[in-house]
Design a protein around this ligand. Structure first.
Ligand SMILES: [Fe+2]
Ligand SMILES: [Fe+2]
Length: 305
């Protein structure tokens, strides 16, 4: 069954920088990870022809996303999915479910999702051997993509993947294809179209409603099931597609001190999420016991989804 995420957040950022800035966090210097220059097909990562069909597809994707992700839509989705009444399964079972997804549109990736998850995760594990929470966070960060599956609502692509952004306040120009927001009804609502909108300066991202997608869904699942990952792990899960913030620095006026701390970890994570796609396959059965032990440490055996 093909359930590819046609416009994965990673695929539309041609402006990704191979940034060589060394990140230092808690005294750990992050320079151990070497990004491969060539992907499985022998091309440079994310090198698309701007005129390609794909680019048009990406534009159409963001047109639909920007028109339809309104404050009311997000509120309804949250209320609906908060019920967590669609399935009961373990984290590993969900990994296997997501494995049905082969991202056909990603030119860097022709392996099942579980390989992407494990490649990112194993690369982080090598460089940060003691941050076991980060290993598990990497493994589960995309599990919310099950929203594409019939049992989980079979949501359209624009409600599952792509960059995320706050609703309830003005759409920052740093958002990709910002022009398409002009057809979003919220742009005419005076309650929602100012810089702060319904929020206050420094209110903290946890009080901000984000556009609906796999990030916020997985965060909801983790939180409601009593996951004990540290706040930075939950932050990565919830905001890894929030490119306007972590790539462009937009919406920083909504952050509080905790967000700023957590953002450092998100920057580290993001580097691995983008560059750990390669032909070197991870032996799933070999690494499974380690990840099972982390799942047991931070999650209940069965979760409601
Ligand atoms: Fe993602
Ligand atoms: Fe990812």
């Amino acid at each position: 069954m093909f359930l590819g995420s046609q416009f994965d957040e990673k695929n539309v950022h041609n402006h990704v920088t191979k940034d060589t800035n060394e990140v230092t966090l808690n005294g750990v210097s992050h320079n151990g990870f070497t990004a491969p220059e060539i992907n499985s097909f022998g091309h440079s990562f994310r090198a698309y022809d701007a005129e390609s069909e794909r680019q048009k597809g990406v534009e159409e994707f963001y047109r639909l996303q920007h028109i339809n992700q309104t404050y009311d839509f997000v509120k309804k989705m949250r209320e609906n999915y908060e019920k967590l009444n669609r399935a009961e399964m373990s984290i590993w079972e969900c990994c296997e479910l997501l494995n049905q997804v082969v991202d056909d549109s990603d030119p860097d990736l022709d392996e099942p999702q579980i390989q992407h998850l494990l490649q990112s995760t194993e690369a982080i594990r090598k460089d940060y051997p003691n941050e076991d929470w980060l290993h598990l966070t990497a493994l589960i960060h995309d599990l919310g993509k099950i929203l594409l599956l019939p049992q989980f609502g079979e949501l359209p692509q624009w409600a599952v993947v792509g960059d995320t952004f706050p609703v309830g306040c003005a759409f920052d120009e740093a958002n990709i294809h910002h022009k398409f927001f002009k057809e979003n009804p919220d742009i005419k609502n005076p309650a929602y179209n100012t810089k702060d909108g319904i929020y206050t300066n420094g209110c903290g991202l946890e009080n901000v409603m984000m556009s609906w997608g796999h990030d916020d869904y997985m965060y909801l699942v983790a939180k409601e099931n009593g996951c004990t990952l540290p706040s930075a792990g939950l932050f990565i899960i919830r905001y890894h597609s929030f490119y306007p913030l972590h790539k462009e620095g937009a919406y920083s006026h909504l952050m509080n001190d905790e967000d700023r701390e957590n953002l450092k970890w998100l920057h580290i994570f993001n580097k691995y999420d983008l560059y750990s796609k390669s032909k070197v396959l991870v032996d799933v059965e070999k690494v499974k016991p380690y990840y099972q032990s982390l799942i047991e440490k931070y999650f209940p055996a069965k979760l409601k989804w």
